[in-house]
Design a protein around this ligand. Structure first.
Ligand code: NAP
Length: 460
């Protein structure tokens, strides 16, 4: 059984769901393909009515949706509400801007005239992770539905109730059957969906392993894909950083969503002259977080998303220690029911330690001391990942220079405001390829067609 909903704050099983039978899956794929034939010709203004209505319903249902998320994957309730509201903004943003983003663009050939048209390609298959159970769905639904495609989505096994709630709100917003379809399917069925000729594109957000598997499958089928994968973002603190400001972002950047964010700050690279002060303040701030019920607004440390997420990261810490890392604080589960982990700081992580190259998807910060800016840049770039990163300095021009030299898809100066509806999101190297959100996000699964008109006779 792929879909089980557990409350990670208590370990209690909430609900289980059967996978679709192959016959049910076939019915849903057929509906998505049939819906495409009318939706592709539906004017933008009519598409926008449904997507804008969906945005409104997300906003209206914020409490219900946030509570479902908190119960199912443990996100602290105030963060859950924030995610729900942000999901509404993303849907609304594409309802308002899709037509402009996909308008014909004129070209200037030396003879005649030409333009580019953007048209939808068909049914797109999305595979999504549990760490942002609605935001991830909004990030594909907003652009790709407004572009005129239809969507079938496989959500993560641990958040079936969020997956079902999102599908329902689109239907409640007036979406025709087949426009947006949640698929409760196994990995083997997912492979068959990628192979299915009615599927014209594949968008995955998830781990590197899932990316390799699904991108390979999409490649075999010559289907376009976008891959939003993991990260191990550097958080660079230069000697002229404003310490109080920096520490607040360091705590937020590592601990938001209990550290389970692809573009969280994971490697803290601090110039030697500030390192002792930074470590003392960071350690004190992390040590002050209190584990509690994620439904309680006063809780500052929520559980990890599942028991297996907790045991996996505890094992990763053990492996890091076996290879020479030192645990400055934490490193263990919190002594209470539920899947809670102590905020953890690792130091002395050297090249050759698996932790040096791995992603810690939870509340584990690695701190590295460096001599100067040059060494900070070199260390930040010594990573298999290339999602985001940040640099803290009072000199903004210097921050921009450093940002330009880091090999990632996103860089932030004196903040880590990761995501806005209008800003492209994505990475390079093992963090994947393609961009979601912004204008770029809607271009991923459209046919960019050249139309040329020339008054000319054929050469022969
Ligand atoms: P995951 O195990 O890769 O799962 C992500 C999704 O892929 C789930 O729906 C999962 O389904 C599915 N999946 C995994 N292997 C599959 C396979 N062989 N065939 C078909 N489906 C498969 O990742 P996760 O642990 O849930 O999420 C955390 C990872 O996602 C982290 O590495 C994080 O950095 C990354 N992430 C990246 C971004 C970004 O925008 N770059 C955003 C959020 C998260 P099941 O649950 O059924 O296995």
């Amino acid at each position: 059984m792929t879909y089980q909903s557990f409350n990670p704050a208590t370990g209690k099983l909430l609900k289980t769901f059967d996978d679709l039978t192959d016959a049910q899956l076939e019915t849903k794929l057929a509906a998505a393909a049939a819906c495409f034939e009318t939706w592709r010709h539906t004017p933008y203004a009519e598409r926008a009515v449904i997507i804008e209505k969906a945005a409104m319903l997300v906003h209206d249902r914020v409490e219900e949706l946030a509570r479902t998320m908190t119960l199912e994957m443990g996100k602290r309730i105030d963060e859950a509400r924030g995610e729900v509201e942000f999901s509404a903004q993303i849907l609304s943003y594409y309802a308002k801007n899709a037509e402009r983003f996909l308008a014909d663009t004129d070209l200037n050939p030396t003879t005649g005239e030409g333009h580019m048209e953007s048209s939808p390609i068909g049914v797109v298959f999305g595979v999504e992770p549990w760490n942002f159970p609605y935001y991830q769905l909004a990030r594909v639904a907003g652009p790709h539905l407004m572009a005129g495609n239809t969507l079938v989505i496989k959500h993560a096994g641990c958040v079936p109730q969020c997956a079902i709630a999102f599908e329902k709100l689109l239907l409640d917003a007036g979406a025709p059957v087949g426009l947006y379809t949640n698929l409760l399917i196994s990995h083997a069925q997912s492979d068959r969906v990628v192979d299915d000729p009615r599927i014209k594109g594949v968008a995955l957000t998830g781990s590197v392993a899932a990316g390799r598997s699904i991108a390979a499958r999409a490649g075999q089928n010559l289907k376009p894909s976008s891959m939003e994968l993991g990260g191990s973002d550097a958080f660079i603190v230069l000697e002229d950083a404003d310490m109080e400001h920096t520490i607040k972002w360091a705590v937020w950047g590592r601990m938001y969503n209990t550290g389970q964010t692809c573009c969280a700050a994971k490697r803290f690279i601090v110039v030697e002259t500030l390192a002792d002060t930074f470590i003392a303040k960071f350690q004190a701030a992390l040590g002050a977080l209190k584990a509690g019920d994620p439904l309680d607004e006063k809780t500052t440390l929520g559980p990890l998303s599942s028991e297996s997420a907790l045991t996996d990261i505890l094992k990763q810490v053990d492996v890091a220690v076996t290879h020479g890392a030192k645990v400055l604080i934490g490193g263990k589960r919190v002594d209470r029911p539920g899947s809670y982990m102590q905020p953890t700081i690792l130091t002395d992580v050297k090249p050759g330690n698996p932790a040096f190259r791995d992603e810690f998807f939870g509340p584990v910060a690695m701190i590295f001391r460096v001599k100067d800016e040059e060494e900070a840049i070199a260390l930040a770039n010594d990573s298999d990942f290339g999602l985001g990163g940040s640099v803290f300095t009072k000199d903004v021009a210097r921050g921009k220079r450093v940002a330009s030299r880091i090999d990632t898809g996103m860089m932030f100066i004196n903040n880590i405001s990761w995501s806005d509806a209008e800003l492209p999101f994505g990475g390079i190297k093992n963090s994947g390829y393609g961009r979601e959100l912004g204008d770029m996000g809607i271009q991923a699964f459209v046919n960019k067609k050249l139309v040329r008109y020339v008054v000319a006779d054929a050469p022969f």
